[in-house]
Design a protein around this ligand. Structure first.
Ligand code: IPM
Ligand code: MG
Length: 354
């Protein structure tokens, strides 16, 4: 298997270093070969190549079986115009690879209940929500512009979706729900937005082919509240790009920390782009403080979704569980009495348990 690795910016390099060690440990234990190639994206690509998304990066990612990404962005590049910012590289690579379905599981490890901002009685027996976020459409990629008008300027971004774009991600979501608790909630703003109305129509049509899955609709404002009020009601959430961006950050807080959560961006074949959902955290970069678990969980998703090697995926997740049970915590998930460790120690502990 061939993996393209994008360390990126900020804490990206530190968390990816742990990721590479876990890949090597897995290869050794399960006796498979893999090769990897490191490529540039985001701020580091701007510094070295003058563009956030070099052609070579696209080429190498496309010819790989999977891509592992750390994080991109940072204050150093914040003043650049939109199309030259690190984020443009991230959106560009998602689009270039056609990974339209972003799977963001929000799972609460029982050991981390006390790190969640919610009361234990709200969390109940634990949480396991799968957010399916559309990743290559909507306001992120719709027509946008800015013009001069009397008294200043006018700017706009357009949310546009086609039947085709909604259809393919809806099918994927029903399939996922079918293998879980068979409950799918479509989150939108159909009381206001035309694009949301189309989402409802298309999803309702596909639902007829999945009558074993219970489909619900919820407005995004209510969903933001329900996630805090009663998160246990959700199984699979399906939503458009920007709502998914916002709700997945919210969901991460239920589970203790943004640093814990992985994501898989997939398409119809087995190819995938795997990245933690957190950003480059420039405030703690280079200090051995970042939580590598989101990255290692992303690697676990890679084995599951791209390589069909569920056993390795379980091995990684069980090792993480064990280390948390033993009381080890990075700063973001530390509570009273935890054994606080750095990025590297956390990585080593997890590998030891594999
Ligand atoms: C994410 C991030 C990105 C997004 C940013 C960095 C462009 O917040 O992956 O959720 O909005 O998609
Ligand atoms: Mg986000």
């Amino acid at each position: 298997m061939k993996i393209a690795i994008i360390p990126g910016d900020g804490v990206g390099k530190e968390i990816i270093a742990q990721g590479k060690k876990v890949l090597k440990a897995a290869a050794h234990k399960y006796k498979f070969d893999f090769e990897y190639e490191e490529v540039l994206l985001g701020g580091s690509a701007i510094d070295e190549k003058g563009t956030p998304l070099p052609e070579e990066t696209i080429k190498i990612c496309k010819s790989s079986d999977a891509v592992l990404l750390g994080a991109v962005g940072g204050p150093k590049w914040d003043k650049l115009p939109g199309n030259l910012r690190p984020e443009a590289g991230l959106l560009g690579i998602r689009k270039a690879l056609g990974v339209f379905a972003n799977l963001r599981p929000a799972i609460l490890f029982p050991e981390l209940k006390s790190a969640s901002n919610l009361k234990p009685e709200v969390l109940g027996e634990g949480l396991d929500i799968m957010i399916v976020r559309e990743l290559t459409g909507g306001a992120y990629f719709g027509e946008k512009d800015r013009i001069n008008v009397e008294g200043g300027q006018k700017a706009w971004d357009t949310i546009s979706y086609s039947t085709f774009e909604i259809d393919r991600i809806a099918r994927r979501s029903f399939e996922i729900a079918r293998k879980r608790n068979k409950k799918l909630t479509l989150i939108d703003k159909a009381n206001v937005l035309e694009s949301s109305k189309l989402w409802r129509e298309v999803v309702a049509e596909i639902a007829k082919e999945y009558d074993d899955v219970e489909l619900n609709y919820m407005y995004v404002d209510n969903a933001a509240m329900q996630l805090i009020k009663n998160p246990g009601q959700f199984d699979v959430i399906l939503t458009e790009n920007m709502f998914g961006d916002i709700l997945s950050d919210e969901a991460s807080m239920l589970t203790g920390s943004l640093g814990m959560l992985p994501s898989a961006s997939v398409r119809e074949d087995s190819f995938g782009l795997y990245e933690p959902i957190h950003g480059s955290a420039p405030d703690i970069a280079g200090q051995n403080k970042a939580n590598p678990i989101g990255t290692l969980m992303s690697i676990s998703m890679m084995f599951k979704y791209s390589f069909n090697m569920d056993e390795i995926s379980h091995n990684i997740e069980n090792s993480i569980s064990k280390v948390l049970k033993e009381g080890y915590r990075t700063l973001d998930i530390a509570t009273e009495g935890s054994k606080i460790v750095g990025t590297e120690e956390m990585g080593e502990l997890i590998i030891k348990n594999m």
